[in-house]
Design a protein. Structure first.
Length: 334
């Protein structure tokens, strides 16, 4: 799980230990296991938020852990062209490469620690796929895709992209020097990550060495979720055990404690977690397929707009026409 790593954690700024006079450790209110499934053209995912109610997740809607999978040559898969409206998709690639193209003419390649932040807003069509060279070669593929809701006032904003390169991510160390903490978006302990979010939130990827502990200061007005990408450890003041594929939802407080087991299995020595939280939007959510709106009528409207081509058209590929061109072969034979 390379994402971005550093040779020497000890040179990084340290996250100070919470002030015991004011720290209130957040307890764990639920722990769930992400079931396995398939997305797009059939790449393996874990549904990280399965079984958790939307009110606890707010402002988040959905998260897939994509992989981790070692593809054989010819095996890598992506998605067909599809629409979105009403929220943001955040794609963080830890291993491997994903290409993205959209109906606005945008797109790019994300790889090994890069993040792509797409604000679908009023609506967009896009496609996500491994590049041709990776399809041919096969190889490791591991990432996450997170859906961040938008408040009603921003659901109709124009689509926008941010490509966040791995080298821009804010890097911090835990107070004990045993954890590398990557701030991808939002603020942590006074350090700000590169992702600019419509909905106030913080997204962190932390890698803990065996027996390391990290206490993250966490805004009391944000929710707090920890998803385990790999390894084993404990979360919260009551040291609730947690392992790969599990999500912990935290209750109120202003600090999140994560600790790696002292006795990991040799294949996965480190504990890798995503820590995420944001300010709840507290609006009604109506969600179906690729659309996240406030009412059922708005979702039905989104399906209608998509069918009518109002969410954009698929751009030309290699000069191919975007509307049907027909010819009469019999005419050529005469
Ligand atoms: Mn998509």
């Amino acid at each position: 799980m390379p994402a971005i790593t550093v040779d020497d954690i000890t040179v990084l700024p340290r996250i100070p230990l919470p002030d015991p006079a004011t720290a209130r450790a957040r307890g764990v209110i639920s722990r769930t296991l992400a079931p396995r499934g398939f997305e797009g053209e059939g790449f393996p995912v874990r549904r990280a938020f399965h079984g958790v109610d939307l009110a606890s997740l707010d402002p988040f809607i959905h998260m897939d852990q994509m992989g981790e999978v070692e593809y054989a040559p010819g095996e890598p898969k992506g998605t067909p062209w599809h629409p979105h409206r009403g929220f943001e998709t955040v794609t963080y690639m830890m291993d491997g490469t994903f290409e993205h193209s959209d109906s606005n003419g945008g797109g790019g390649v994300i790889t090994n620690g890069d993040t792509q932040w797409m604000t679908a807003g009023a609506g967009i069509l896009h496609i996500e796929k491994p590049p041709e060279a990776l399809v041919v070669s096969g190889g490791l593929f591991h990432g996450i895709q997170l859906w961040v809701n938008l408040p009603a006032a921003q659901k109709w904003s124009p689509p926008r992209y941010q490509d966040i390169r791995a080298g821009e991510v804010g890097l911090l160390a835990s107070a004990d020097g045993g954890a590398l903490v990557r701030v991808i978006a939002g603020e942590l302990a006074g350090y700000t990550g590169p992702g600019s979010t419509s909905t106030p939130m913080t997204l962190v990827h932390a890698t803990l060495s065996p027996d390391a502990t990290v206490d993250l200061p966490w805004r009391a007005d944000y929710n707090a979720l920890v998803y385990v990408l790999g390894g084993r450890g404990t979360v919260g003041p009551d040291r609730i055990e947690i392992e790969a594929g599990q999500l912990a939802v935290f209750g109120p407080g202003n600090a999140v404690r994560i600790a790696a087991t002292a006795n990991p299995d040799s294949r996965t020595p480190n504990l890798d977690v995503l820590v995420l939280g944001g300010r709840p939007i507290r609006e009604p959510v109506a969600w179906a397929g690729p659309f996240v709106m406030n009412t059922r009528e708005e979702v039905m409207q989104a399906f209608e707009d998509y069918q009518a081509g109002r969410l954009g058209s698929i751009p030309a590929v290699h000069g191919a026409p975007t509307t049907v061109v027909e010819s009469d072969a019999r005419a050529a034979e005469e």
